[in-house]
Design a protein around this ligand. Structure first.
Ligand SMILES: Nc1ncnc2c1ncn2[C@@H]1O[C@H](COP(=O)(O)OP(=O)(O)OP(=O)(O)O)[C@@H](O)[C@H]1O
Ligand SMILES: [Mg+2]
Length: 459
């Protein structure tokens, strides 16, 4: 049962509709003018408003924005004897949900109400986080359906069972370690150890001992014999993270492991063998490092028998809604929170941000929002400034900016965006730009310098 408010100055028409809807079990309210409709007592909370356009006093079109404001959950169906396109367009632009002509065809009205109620129940403005499709039960589940991610899943499937060395490249936070885990888990020995070595974290002797182990007394502090990670990995996987940071001598030692499957613990005389699968990752450009003589070419080719490149998040923003959903349900579990709705405006903002720190930055940002959020829904006002500021900065024209964003812009912001738009449209031809903007050349020069605009970087 829904509450339906009928606003029409034609009393007979109101009565007919009242009877019709009451028989269907709806709760019906009547008003004969915009003013009366707005003045109903505070218990009025219509799901549907049927609003006549032509009425004495304020017209239905004038009243439409007021009703949308007063009854926030209501869907509005406009009724009119006019058949012109302009009124229809205007009504829809003002936020009407449907539009029906007089004389009213009661079946058509019923259909419209049903359709409108179904849409309302879908709650089109929100995304449901509690969707069960994203359990992210293990921390290693990868999320994303973009073409790039689907290709990566395919390659993981292809290489999982071969012993080939894999080099995973991508910016920081794109999920390189996650891909390494996925290869390991899909491989022949998923229950064998997965051992990670950070090639950047340690001083050289310690790194060597971390990888290959050491004998007792091999160096100061080596009070006991220690196994290295190549040994610990057994027939599992050794993940060499930040491989681009290896020194020349460590590069040589690693090359030996890859070629001969042999290594020597620090201070030991005999060498050991390894069966571990090697997966390496880096966020530096190894081709460039080889060119600059900072990385051995032979090692590079040994490492990248298979290369998996993960594109940055900004190049696969279609993955963002899924990621947000999955990460939020993970955060809810970890933080014992219950954020389960997020408005589509928020998703839109998140999709328009650059994410220089990629998925890791997205995860950290969501965590902060959840920590500070009082309720179960994330709305635009909870977003950090970096997300709301950049949408305005990045857009090329005022026309691209949503009305809600414009409502938050200062006149100066709008002036700046408009100047950029006209300059770009005229290929930075100053004379034409001055003509269009109606300013003198010196004034345009001042504006360009005031807003720090330039032809190449634009700002
Ligand atoms: N596709 C994805 N689905 C779900 N979570 C992801 C995805 N990609 C990355 N993450 C999450 O983002 C965080 C960063 O991922 P990861 O540590 O694998 O990145 P990285 O590329 O190794 O970064 P760095 O270069 O800084 O070491 C992790 O918490 C990871 O779980
Ligand atoms: Mg990493």
């Amino acid at each position: 049962m829904s509450q339906i408010l009928v606003i029409d100055d034609d009393i007979a028409s109101c009565r007919t509709l009242e009877m019709h809807f009451s028989i269907q079990g709806h709760d019906v309210l009547l008003a004969h003018s915009v003013k009366q409709g707005l003045d109903l007592d505070t218990t009025a909370n219509p799901d549907i408003i049927i609003l006549d356009i032509r009425m004495p006093g304020e017209s239905g079109l004038d009243g439409l924005p007021l009703f949308k404001q007063r009854y926030k959950n209501a869907r509005v169906i406009m009724i009119t004897a006019f058949h012109d396109m302009d009124t229809t367009i205007q009504a829809m632009k003002l936020g009407a949900d449907d539009y029906i002509h007089k004389p009213i065809d009661i079946d058509e009205l019923d259909q419209s109400i049903n359709k409108t109620l179904i849409q309302a129940s879908k709650n089109n403005d929100d995304m449901d986080i509690s969707a069960e499709g994203f359990p992210l039960s293990s921390t290693n589940t990868m999320i994303g359906h973009s073409k790039a991610m689907r290709d990566i899943y395919k390659i993981i499937g292809l290489v999982a069972n071969s012993p080939a060395t894999v080099l995973i490249t991508g910016e920081s936070g794109t999920g390189k370690e996650l891909v390494a885990h996925a290869i390991h888990k899909a491989g022949a020995n998923p229950d064998a150890p997965f051992v990670a070595v950070n090639c950047a974290a340690l001083v050289e002797t310690l790194l060597e001992s971390d990888m290959f182990g050491h004998e007792k007394g091999a160096f100061t502090g080596a009070v006991a014999k220690q196994k290295g990670k190549f040994s610990m990995a057994e027939n599992g996987t050794i993940f060499l993270d930040e491989i681009g940071e290896l020194s020349a001598s460590m590069q040589a030692k690693l090359l030996r492991v890859l070629q001969e499957k042999e290594f020597t613990p620090v201070g030991a005389k005999a060498s050991l063998t390894t069966n571990a699968r090697v997966i390496a990752a880096t966020n530096v450009d190894l081709v460039q490092a080889v060119d600059d003589n900072n990385f051995r070419e032979d090692l590079f080719y040994r490492l990248q028998v298979v290369n998996i490149h993960i594109p940055p998040l900004r190049e696969r923003s279609e993955d963002i809604p899924d990621l947000v959903q999955a990460l939020l349900s993970k955060i809810n579990r970890e933080m014992n929170s219950n954020v389960h709705r997020i408005s589509l405006d928020v998703i839109n903002r998140i999709q328009h941000y650059d994410w220089p720190g990629n998925v890791r930055e997205l995860e950290n940002t969501l965590m902060k929002i959840v920590a500070l959020s009082p309720g179960e829904i994330i709305t635009e006002d909870m977003l950090p400034e970096k997300l709301t500021a950049q949408l305005i900065e990045k857009n090329t024209s005022v026309a691209d900016i949503s009305e809600s964003a414009i409502a938050e812009m200062s006149l100066q912001d709008i002036e700046k965006q408009h100047i950029i738009k006209v300059l770009e449209a005229n290929n930075w031809h100053k004379g034409k730009t001055c003509d269009i903007l109606g300013v003198s050349r010196p004034r345009l020069r001042r504006l360009i310098s005031q807003y720090d605009l330039d032809e190449h970087g634009r700002e």
